[in-house]
Design a protein. Sequence first.
Length: 341
Amino acid sequence: MVTMFLTTMLSFVIPLQAACPVDSTELRSNVNSAIQAYQDWKWDDLDDQYAIIQEEIGCLSEIVSSDTARELHLLHAMVAANRQDQALAFAAFRGLLSIDHDFQPSDDLAAPGSMLRAAFDSAAVADSTDGEDLPGGVWFLDGRSGARLVPFRQTALIQLVEPGGDIRSWYSLGDQDSIQAITEPQASAQGGTPEEPQPLQQAPEQTPGVAPSRAEETGGEPTAAETTTAPVEPGAASRAEPVASRPLPITPTSSEDAVPGAVARQGHASRALLIGGLVSSAASAAALIWAESLDGRLQATDDAVEAESIYNQGVIITLAGHGLGVCAGGLVLGAVLTSRW
C-alpha cells in the first residue's frame, strides 16, 4: 500500500514523457492502452497516453504499418468524441476508412444519434478529397509508400525517409495548419523560394553627419533599441533612416542572466509547494504504516474493549493518512503548475 502511494505521489512530480527513439511496437502498445482507457472511461489516463503518443510520433525510428496507422486514426476519433470535436472526428474516420474500407463502429463506440455516429456517417459517404502536394523525396502515408500529397480533412500519418536513412514523422489532422507544418519546411529545405530576410547593413565608420552609438563609444555590444543606420550625405544628417528594424541581440550582463530560469527559481512559490507536498506525503506514508501496525494488534487481541479501541484508532489514523495524501497530491500538483523551470 505504501509503495503504491509513494509511486502515485512521484507521478505528480515526474510527468510521463516519450523517450526517443521510438519503434512502431512501442507506439502501437501505447495506442492500444489509450484506446482501452477510453473504453474504460478513464479520461485522465486517455489524456496522459495521448500526450505521450503525440511526442512518440516525432520520435519514430521506423516506418509504421498501416494497421498501426488505422488504430491511431481510431484513437483520434475517440479523442474527438471526448472533446466533442466533430471536425476532428470526421477527419479521423476519413483516415481510418482510407485504410479499412469495411470498418463499422460498434454502438458502444458510436451510439445511434451521437456526435461520433454522425461524424462517421458523413465520413463514409464523403467524396475523396484533394490535398497539399509534398515536395520531392521518399514519402509514406499511413505506412504506404509513394505518397505525393497530404490529404485535406483527413487524418494521416506522414513519414519521410531522408537521404541518410533517418525517418521523420508527422501526424496531420487534415487542417491547414498541420498540413503546412509538414509541407512548407520541407519545401524550403529542398530549394523552395521562401522570401529571404535582408542582411543587416553596417554603416561605415565615422559617417559624416551620423553620431556614433553608445556601443561604438564604449566598445561594447549595441543595445536592443539601437539599429544600424545607412550612410548619409554630408549635410543630410537629419534625414538618416534605419536600414533594418530588427533589434540586435543583447549580451547578458551577469552570470545569472546567462542561465535560463536562474532568477525565476529563486524563492519561487513552486518550491515551497513542492516541499510541503513531500512533507505531507511522508506524513501520510507514516500514518498508513501506523494504521497497518494497529491492524496487527487488532488481530492479536482477544479483549473486545481493547479491540474496539484499536479499531477506532485505526480508522482515524487511516483517514488522516489518506487526507494527508490528498493534500500532498494537491500541493505537488500546484508546484508543477506554478513552476517556471
